[in-house]
Ligand binder design. Sequence first.
Ligand SMILES: [Zn+2]
Length: 445
Amino acid sequence: MAKKSMSADGNFNAISAPDYLPLAQLRDLQLQRLQATVQRAYEHVAVFRERMDERGMKPEAIASLDDIAKLPFTEKSDLRDNYPYGLFASPIHDVVRLHASSGTTGKPIVVAYTQEDIDTWSSVMARCLAACGLHRGDIIQNSYGYGLFTGGLGAHYGAEALGATVIPASGGNTDRQIMLLRDFHVTAICCTPSYFLHLIERAEEMGVHVNDLPLRAGVFGAEPWTEAMRAHIQQGTRVKAFDIYGLSEIIGPGVGIECECQAGLHILEDHFLPEIVDPATGASLPEGEAGELVLTTLTKNAMPMIRYRTHDITSIQREPCACGRTIRRIERIGARTDDMFIIRGVNVFPSQVETALLSVEGTLPHYQIILTRQKGLDQIEVQVEVTGATFSDTIGAMEKLQAQLSHAVENTLGLRVDVQLVEPHTIQRSQGKAKRVIDHRNEGA
Ligand SMILES: [Zn+2]
């Protein structure tokens, strides 16, 4: 594809050009690509064809972008039910790469790429990194896991397509990561936000101060995080923290990215068409209203995804971004319907707890939510680390902080919550996605 022939100088413009397409041209391109994708899926994916036939629909029914609402949804269960190759629209000899989810529940989900799909993925990831202000000359440490997970290789190919220098550190081995950060003069890092917190904490212990390093950008994703967490990172370091969005079912990382305005995530919608639907009824919602994000791939060959239900709650922003990109933005994803838990009839998202905790001075962004059931009644306990200085403070001061935190969390959730202050380093650090909720409610029941 074109990236290899891009001139090294001024490649930012060449890489980012599709972000700025005139709107009419973008919508035309999307419609053309949507029609081709529906046609391809109808011809090659039996499940999709059956669902279309059940509705008496042919691919020709898609005459405008709004017609997408007539198409059937795809759910994660469809990927499991058609494991491993049932949703492929390309013969296996055209597939050059497979990735799979870890499969914590049941069978993993498998995703496939043709060479053209890999090139698309590299180009969208390069655009994402460019939107964060990265370019040729940057040294990018990629601490997403390499392997079946899409994070590592997705970011890797994107950084190379950008023309940057990529260090394939992968996840884990924190002390070595810190040595690489320092010795290789790393300017940007890709990892989960919780792992970055762990890195800077460990670096301090090793006598390496992040603010003495040339590190200036973090591209953080693969787990939900909050504005409060961003503020914590940006106030404590010189690292500008960008939110990146993606999911394996669609392509991997590279579906959406914050630009330097940090005001919502631009969806690379020349490749991924976003819709917002009512999570309960599936009805399309107008631009600006919050609901579940549904994505349709517009250029994927090996595994087109039509109206994929992400279970991520967000809205599409109506206003154009100050950066001038014409591709639309979604609100930062604070909640996934999958992460939500119900306690005493109240819907709770871990991100609500995070925001409440970080609103109080003296806490660290390391916390865990523990759910138990006592005499048939659900209990919620939040353990949060407090700074060393706070922890060695007087009992009176600790009690005051505990009361403040309980008040902040209870106000947000509308529930009585038991907040426990714990010493720094009490809560287990993750090498990848942080485990925020431990649910003991159905144990021994
Ligand atoms: Zn922007």
